[in-house]
Design a protein around this ligand. Structure first.
Ligand SMILES: Cc1cc2nc3c(=O)[nH]c(=O)nc-3n(C[C@H](O)[C@H](O)[C@H](O)COP(=O)(O)O)c2cc1C
Length: 172
């Protein structure tokens, strides 16, 4: 099996990150991999907002805590950096493009020894005023929505292996 295929198989979600910073060059490589993702008609309408500032991460956490009414909502598994992928609100391919960009970043991270996990709570809540204030403060345009985010850091996945349940039909 080649390196790319091995990397695809080796990536697993990490949900407990160490207090260890991701070097800036490594983050640049991960973000760059996202920029190389496919997008419908090559529009590339996304913005990737990488937040490693701990005060901003806590502000994002606190906004979600309040909105979700979940006092136990953690700071994104103690991620070193959270990448918020945002796209224009009315863009019909926003979800698909965002998912492609996120997967590219997950795989790039895995190849560089960085753990990752998708964070879904921004999807239904990014237009709540309590969260939008913090997002605006992070430079996310007011007409953008967030379909997914990547928590990144160093750590081990809980499940190193998994059973694949998806069905494949191959007609030849
Ligand atoms: C659309 C989507 C939403 C997800 N949301 C979350 C989330 O909010 N929190 C979380 O811990 N994992 C989340 N995940 C990660 C999945 O739980 C994980 O990919 C799945 O259990 C398979 O495990 P693996 O990534 O280790 O292969 C999400 C994944 C996807 C694709």
């Amino acid at each position: 099996m080649n390196d790319v295929l091995q990397n695809i198989r080796a990536r697993r979600s990490v949900r407990a990150f160490e207090d260890k910073a991701i070097p800036e060059e490594t983050m640049q490589e991960i973000l760059d991999a996202g920029l190389w993702a496919p997008s419908a008609m090559n529009r590339q309408l996304w913005q990737f907002t990488a937040v490693s500032n701990k005060e901003k991460l806590t502000a994002l956490q606190n906004a979600l805590k309040a909105i979700l009414d979940r006092p136990d909502y953690g700071r994104f598994y103690n991620a070193d950096t959270l990448v918020l992928v945002s796209v224009p609100r009315d863009y019909e391919h926003g979800i698909a493009d965002s998912a492609c960009a996120l997967e590219n970043m997950f795989l790039a991270a895995a190849s560089l020894g960085v753990g990752s996990v998708w964070i879904n709570q921004f999807k239904n809540n990014c237009d709540d005023a309590r969260l939008r204030t913090v997002l605006s403060d992070c430079g996310i345009p007011a007409d953008h929505v967030i379909w997914g985010a990547a928590a990144l850091g160093y750590g081990k996945p809980q499940n190193a292996t998994r059973e694949n349940k998806g069905k494949v039909v191959y007609i030849r």
